[in-house]
Design a protein around this ligand. Structure first.
Ligand SMILES: [Zn+2]
Length: 189
């Protein structure tokens, strides 16, 4: 499946979720047997670990459909980047969606700027460049930081030689999106 087809599939899946007209998704016995032969996900969703934003549910997808990587505030490190590179290099995925969301606690913590214990500080640290950009903009700083944080992750992914090559030679696309917790809509940026 190419990137445009994958994007459409996510868009229509989210519309089904929003309107509560769920499709019969692939989670049954036949699908499990089929997947025992291997996985062919059609998209990578790189999103926040927030329990209110589970990609398979909000895009109305089943087993084997999405390759999901989640960290708090979708902060990028080498392991997350390597996981995404794996999906593109070895599983042939042609669409990556970086999925931020409203009311993101990790972004709010970065905006608040208070010291954090343990490795929570590393999560906040990774988001700080987005907050610094948001501080220069008009409007609500947290909302702007949430969008800038999606852009920041896209820039980090686009710096990967494996992903850059796939963009040029395989038609890989990387899109940003924001999930609205209240109405369930995913807005593609
Ligand atoms: Zn979050």
């Amino acid at each position: 499946m190419n990137a445009d087809q994958a994007l459409k599939k996510l868009f229509y899946g989210n519309m089904r979720f929003v309107t509560e007209r769920y499709a019969y998704v692939n989670t049954d016995h036949d699908r499990r047997r089929e997947l025992a032969e291997g996985q062919y996900p059609f998209a990578v969703i790189f999103g926040c670990s927030d329990s209110r934003v589970p990609p398979e549910i909000i895009f109305d997808q089943g087993l084997g459909d999405l390759f999901v990587v989640r960290t708090a505030g979708q902060a990028v490190d080498n392991v997350t980047l390597g996981s995404i590179e794996y999906a593109v290099e070895y599983l042939g995925v042609r669409l990556i969606v970086v999925l931020g969301h409203q009311d993101c606690g990790a972004v709010k913590a970065a905006v608040a700027g208070e010291p954090q214990p343990g490795q929570i500080a590393a999560v906040v640290q990774a988001i700080l460049p987005a907050v610094q950009l948001a501080e220069t903009q008009c409007g609500d700083i947290t909302s702007n930081a949430i969008i800038e944080n999606v852009c920041l992750a896209i820039h980090k992914l686009a710096a990967s030689p494996i992903l850059r090559r796939a963009i040029v030679t395989e038609g890989l696309q990387i899109h940003g999106a924001i999930y609205c917790i209240k109405n369930g809509k995913v807005l593609f940026l």
